[in-house]
Design a protein around this ligand. Sequence first.
Ligand code: UD1
Ligand code: CA
Length: 478
Amino acid sequence: MGSNGVESTSKLAVVIMAAGKGTRLKSRRPKVLHEVGGKPLLAHVIAAAAQVAAPEDIYAVIGYQAENVRAAVESSGIRFIEQAEQRGTGHAIQCARPAIAGYENILVLSGDAPLIQAKTLSALATFHQAQGAAMTLTSAEPDEPTGYGRVIYAGQDSPKVLAIIEQKMLTPEQLALREVNMGLYAFKTAPLLANLDKLTTDNPHGELYLTDMAKVLHAAGERVVAFRAPDPDELLGANTIEEMMTLDASLRLAKARRLMAAGVTIFRPETCVIDADVEVAADTVIEPFVQLLGRTRVGSDCRIRSYTVVENCTLGNNVQVLQSCVLADSTVADGARIGPFARFRPGCEIGEDVHIGNFVEVKKTKLRKGAKAGHLTYLGDAEVGEGTNIGAGVITCNYDGIQKHATRIGDNVFVGSDSTLVAPVTVEDGAYIGAGSCITKDVPSGSLAVARAHQINKDGWVDARRAPQKAKEEPPAK
Ligand code: UD1
Ligand code: CA
């Protein structure tokens, strides 16, 4: 198994059923595109499948908003099967018929059960082969079996499954059955395909139920068995937004636990939102209410303080991010100190030991080693050299109303407070800019630029202005 380049025809395929709308969610978005743990339900299922089969052996059956579903998970390299009309889970597999014909066995997964783990898929495949079964369903005994199909055995001590009965068709006695079908199956392809057309629609939904293959295959003299899920929670689906948020919370907590087990300190982990693919190295400390999203990577010995949101960023080692920073699509090198209240818009490269202070917005800008912008600054489309100091309130005027222009600031430059740099403009190494300057021309290396009105002091002006007024208010003493 896996992507070892071996010819796949005699091997295992994985079919993920993901064509349904998810009517119970009351949402226009397809159910499998709703997100938990920072990515769509279907992406979680694909990630688990990809650990037991190569992407070209994984097929997603899509239908409702097929193009949106395909676009969302296409980068995984899996294949797609269209089920134009959703006539049930059995019909979904009928649509997959040409794709699966070349495989000896298939695993069938639901695109709406994102907690499934790869080790459970391998265990199911192994059990199925060892049993020599035509169909192996996965079962569990959840606290609340209502809503699930129930497993009916051929006899009291028989391992053979006679049928799966859906909730709406249970007899009063069958309602007491606690062992449920979790919607994850292994099939031997030949008997499945030979009997697949025997499914009928005589059920309350008028659908072709894949679950009915248990009855059909058993009647055809094939072996149908159940595999007990080691962890029933893994197979939990999400039929309502509330159920989905419960899954989200448990995925997030599991992620935080894995990071903590790997040496990351997370205070109040239940308040943090850390996406599935985020990486954090040991000895980093994450304070309450931090969000680490997307493909964010954080090195070791960092501290991320409360209310900071980091999305798709790479942070080196020893980086301090103080409270309430919003960082997106940027890189931060070792030893940098950021915030509080700093914002990185996409495309920033923050060098080693750089200091970005409070209320500083940086966009598509590179700051080299040791540069500082401590307070109330906007740097856009700029380069700032090593050791350069950007004073409080400095602004790069990068936009002329039509186009964006670049600002280049060399090494060891001093930009005085409240200066505006009207791009395109270059300030060469070692230059000084007087506070309050509006810089429109390049500044040569080592020179001082001052671009502001001269100051005038008028001696005694205040008293002179106030004298007539005062005379009116306080008439001279008699
Ligand atoms: C199904 C099982 C039920 C089991 C439960 C476990 C059937 C008939 N019932 O019910 O025994 O206890 O899972 O969660 O299978 N889909 C398609 N095409 C369709 C219909 C559905 O691709 O025409 C997809 C859906 O998008 C979904 C998956 O199949 O991802 C399961 O369908 P769903 O309607 O959620 O089945 P359940 O009611 O959960
Ligand atoms: Ca379901």
